[in-house]
Ligand binder design. Structure first.
Ligand code: 13P
Length: 342
């Protein structure tokens, strides 16, 4: 009954020049990032941080959606405006992280499976009422000696597909996020081979569960050399191999792929996205854009550091990064834009 709404939301999420801000860090992830900068790990500081992000003037030009965490979707600005309303007023669609995190997969050392399916139908109904119109579930695939196993890939693909089907049933457009980690010393070619297997398993599982491809957004990792690989692929190679893999595995009916940044530097995440669009944009059936967490927030969080006095400067950082990624989603980013003040 939600088909048209789901498809319209998916299209809006990847509209030209727009991408998604992933601000759905769990308690432990948000606290870890705060601790590194000496910011107190309290609910008040997490609220203040998200208020700084969401009230940044003008971000609706570049963000189609923001992914929220359960704590955040229930919070408001200090002057009492619910965050969902702040985003909607800026023309931004609120989304919600639905997974409960990646846990060790039984009898599979070093591998993870994402949990959170129990009670999901009821949680979806509650978030829909609160204003969420899309959702996210992140599966994590690790590359290492003899891994990923088929069991790990298939189990995660199955969970992603069951989550996505429940989302479509309940009116939330699912972001399907199979992240292949860049940790390790694997080559670009190995990353490509693993991405290929993972995306095949994910789209097979989505088909089995009756998930409509035009009513979802894929959130892939980029095909990239492992961070400890002595030979790091160039920006153009990453663009070529990532696009080759997506072309081989992602149905044309999917409206867009919104990449995660996965631990890349801010500049590199932007440059990779830009190269893909600069080289291939006109030949691709889907949009390629960003759904970054760290690569959008790092600079802003470092400038903010928990101080009221730094809010405006931190917002400038976020605005600037968002603008550069918007340019990259159109293939119009130039490295010298990094220097221009926001
Ligand atoms: P990063 O861009 O920091 O990888 O985060 C994106 C995200 O939403 C991970 O689930």
């Amino acid at each position: 009954m939600y088909e048209q709404e789901l498809a319209a939301t998916a299209k809006a999420m990847v509209a030209p020049g727009k991408g998604i801000l992933a601000a759905d860090e769990s308690y432990s992830t948000a606290n870890k990032r705060f601790q590194k900068l000496g910011i107190p790990t309290t609910a008040e500081m997490r609220q203040a941080y998200r208020e700084m992000l969401f009230t940044t003037p003008g971000i609706g030009e570049f963000f189609s959606g923001v992914i929220l965490f359960d704590e955040t979707i229930r919070q408001s600005t200090r002057d009492g405006r619910p965050f969902t309303k702040v985003l909607q007023d800026a023309g931004i669609i609120p989304g919600i992280k639905l997974d409960a995190g990646a846990k060790p997969l039984a009898k599979a050392p070093g591998e993870l499976v994402t949990e959170g399916l129990d009670g999901l139908r009821d949680r979806i109904a509650e978030y829909y009422k609160m204003g969420a119109r899309f959702a996210k579930w992140r599966a994590v695939i690790t590359i290492g000696d003899g891994i990923p196993s088929h069991r790990c890939i298939d189990t995660n693909a199955h969970a992603l597909a069951r989550y996505a089907a429940l989302c479509q049933e309940g009116g939330l457009t699912p972001i399907v996020e199979p992240e292949v980690l860049m940790d390790g010393n694997h080559t670009l070619e190995r990353s490509y081979a693993v991405h290929h297997d993972v995306l095949k398993a994910v789209f097979d599982a989505l088909y089995v569960q009756g998930v409509e491809p035009d009513q979802m957004v894929l959130k892939p990792s980029m095909v990239i050399s492992g961070i400890d690989c002595p030979q790091q692929a160039s920006i153009e190679e990453v663009a070529q191999w990532t696009v080759k893999c997506l072309r081989e595995r992602v149905p044309a009916a999917v409206p867009g792929c919104a990449f995660l940044s996965g631990g890349q530097s801010d500049e590199l995440a932007t440059a990779h996205l830009n190269a893909m669009n600069r080289l291939f944009k006109d030949e691709l059936p889907w949009a390629l854009t960003f759904s970054y967490g760290r690569a959008l927030q790092q600079a802003a969080m470092q400038t903010w550091r928990g101080q009221d006095a730094t809010v405006a400067a931190a917002q400038k950082e976020l605005y600037h990064r968002a603008k550069l990624n918007s340019a990259a989603s159109l293939g119009q980013y130039q490295p010298d834009m990094e220097k221009v003040a926001a």
